[in-house]
Design a protein around this ligand. Structure first.
Ligand SMILES: [Zn+2]
Length: 138
């Protein structure tokens, strides 16, 4: 994709603080981090979101996320981690090249992903059953 900032990073047209790279994925520091050590992992093929990303990329991204999370804990004192992803503008996706955020967290760091905690919904047993039938796999 010509105007995709992440594709430009993959091609080396825009520099990045590289954490990891292999045949399928690239991990680098977010230059506008939510916390110190905030990393982005992307597939090295342009994919927009969860609906078109390939499983092989997703699997590798999760493997790499676990290893980087361990580094954050061991070497940067992270007490916790958020794995964060957005697919679709309504879900607050802003760069339309699939990416996974790894955000190191510590107690009382005052990071709030949405700004406002979502209102929890009150759902009946019948509604839960109907939702299960729509989302059940296999
Ligand atoms: Zn791209």
């Amino acid at each position: 994709m010509e105007n995709c900032i992440f594709c430009k990073i993959i091609k080396g047209e825009i520099p990045c603080y590289k954490i990891y790279e292999d045949d399928l994925v690239l991990a680098f520091l977010d230059v506008s981090p939510m916390s110190i050590g905030h990393v982005l992992i992307i597939p090295k093929e342009h994919r927009e979101n969860i609906f078109d990303v390939k499983e092989k990329h997703l699997e590798r991204m999760i493997d790499v996320a676990k290893k980087i999370a361990q580094k954050m804990k061991d070497n940067m004192g992270a007490e916790g981690i958020n794995l964060y992803h957005a697919s679709g503008a309504c879900a607050e996706q802003t760069v339309f090249h699939f990416h996974l955020h790894i955000v190191p967290r510590e107690k009382d760091d005052n990071i709030c992903f949405s700004g406002v905690a979502p209102q929890r919904k009150d759902i009946s047993k019948e509604e839960f059953d109907a939702i299960v039938s729509k989302l059940k796999i296999g």
